[in-house]
Design a protein around this ligand. Structure first.
Ligand code: PLP
Length: 217
């Protein structure tokens, strides 16, 4: 696959779903990818990237930002409260707001610095014990709690269970977002982003389909 192919598939999925062209943002997930591959995607003009570790993002993106303008970085991995400040300095969006303690920390830092990334509340739609995210039944209350802290909640995010039909989870996330008046939907990865677009995704997070397999070595 290539960036051009994935971009085209996103556009075709938008059209097929009767959605406006450009209504879906393609986040190129660059975690654990060699710098040369990331640079190649930057050279092709892409500017929206996702990382799942603060440490890795901090090592890599300040340098790319010196070389390329207009980079938008999305943090899509679990966030420890003690890394929140660094995450907020680095990222324009955090997709993994999933507990009151983290919300309070981000709210305090936002007050202190006068700026806050866009926030997505992660929902554990599959109710998997090992997975982060608020349970679907707790989502409304948590969104309200975050809003009560003046946090800029842009939408919801989910990672469906690997062995289940993702569309059901995307539909559930869409339903929770709609009843909370939220327009942002961060859902869909390499294997299922077209289904996510069909279900209303506004942000798809695609890694290996753009960059190739990750280097875990
Ligand atoms: C790694 C990751 C992705 C991208 O996964 P691919 O299957 O490589 O597209 C998307 N979302 C999250 C939260 C991730 O950690």
């Amino acid at each position: 696959m290539s960036l051009a192919e994935i971009t085209e598939r996103v556009q075709r999925a938008e059209t097929a779903a009767g959605r406006a062209p450009g209504s879906v943002r393609l986040i190129a997930v660059s975690k654990m990818q060699p710098d040369a591959r990331v640079e190649s995607i930057l050279q092709q003009g892409h500017r929206i990237f996702g990382e799942n570790r603060v440490q890795e993002a901090a090592g890599k993106w300040p340098g790319f930002r010196e070389a390329f303008d207009g980079i938008e970085l999305h943090l899509i991995g679990p966030l420890q409260t003690n890394k929140a400040r660094q995450a907020m300095d680095l990222a324009q969006a955090i997709h993994t707001l999933d507990r009151p303690k983290l919300a309070r920390t981000i709210a305090r830092l936002a007050q202190e610095t006068g700026q806050c990334p866009d926030l997505f509340v992660q929902v554990n739609t599959g109710e998997e014990p090992q997975k982060a995210g608020v349970l679907p039944a707790q989502a409304d209350a948590f969104v309200a709690e975050c809003r009560g802290m003046d946090l800029p909640v842009a939408g919801l995010m989910c990672i469906p269970p690997v062995d289940e039909e993702p569309s059901l989870h995307f539909a559930l996330l869409g339903k929770i977002a709609a009843r909370n008046g939220l327009t942002g939907l961060s859902m869909g990865m390499s294997g299922d982003f077209e289904q996510a677009v069909a279900q209303g995704a506004t942000h798809v997070r695609v890694g290996s389909a753009i960059f190739g397999e990750r280097d875990y070595g």
